[in-house]
Design a protein around this ligand. Structure first.
Ligand SMILES: [Zn+2]
Length: 192
């Protein structure tokens, strides 16, 4: 027993050191720091809800409340790898090394190959094909390969700023999980 106590005493400095050191980077701590695609800082009206299978339901990004014609900005510096119509809405994709951000529905003001700075205007928000119609929203996505990531990580917002998707509906009609308007939304897994 005595030897065990001695052992613990000997180990104590090491244990304290481990406890006091910053934890190894977990998801999010080494994320790039970006900017909101809309200014001023927009309301998040639909959160990230990644699919559990490649073709499963989910929300492959976040919806930011905007207004028709509002300037849409690249969240990070990068290179435009897609700019144009896709399945009835305008889409812009900006690549940033091993990840890329997607913006839709957007009328592009940039062309493929253009370098863009963080915060640079890449287009304007289209008033149709929005995930939050009849309001106007920007669907903002972030991918690494074919894996969807939460773009709010880029602006340090995480889940804290989430607002209820159905908050404008009467409480009695508020569904726990009914068929959401974006369940069939398949943005850009193959683009960029
Ligand atoms: Zn969306």
């Amino acid at each position: 027993m005595r030897s065990l106590v001695d052992l613990l005493r000997a180990l104590l400095p090491a244990v304290l050191l481990v406890l006091l050191l910053p934890a190894s980077p977990s998801a999010g701590e080494d994320d790039p720091v970006g900017v909101w695609p809309l200014r001023p800082e927009p309301e998040v009206v639909a959160r990230f809800d990644p699919p559990t299978s490649p073709y499963g339901p989910g929300h492959r990004g976040v919806d930011l409340l905007g207004r028709p014609g509002q300037a849409v900005r690249s969240a990070l510096a990068g290179t435009v790898t897609y700019a144009g119509p896709l399945a009835g809405r305008g889409v812009v994709v900006v690549s940033h090394g091993d990840t890329r951000t997607t913006y839709e529905p957007v009328t592009a003001r940039v062309s493929v190959g253009d370098p863009v700075a963080a915060g640079a205007v890449i287009g304007t928000l289209q008033p149709f094909a929005s995930h939050c119609a009849p309001r106007t929203c920007l669907h903002w996505g972030w991918l690494r390969g074919e894996t969807y990531l939460d773009p709010l990580r880029l602006v340090g917002a995480g889940p804290v700023r989430l607002l209820p998707l159905w908050r404008d509906l009467p409480v009695a009609r508020s569904p726990a999980r009914r068929s959401l308007p974006y369940d069939d939304w398949r943005p850009l897994a193959a683009v960029g």
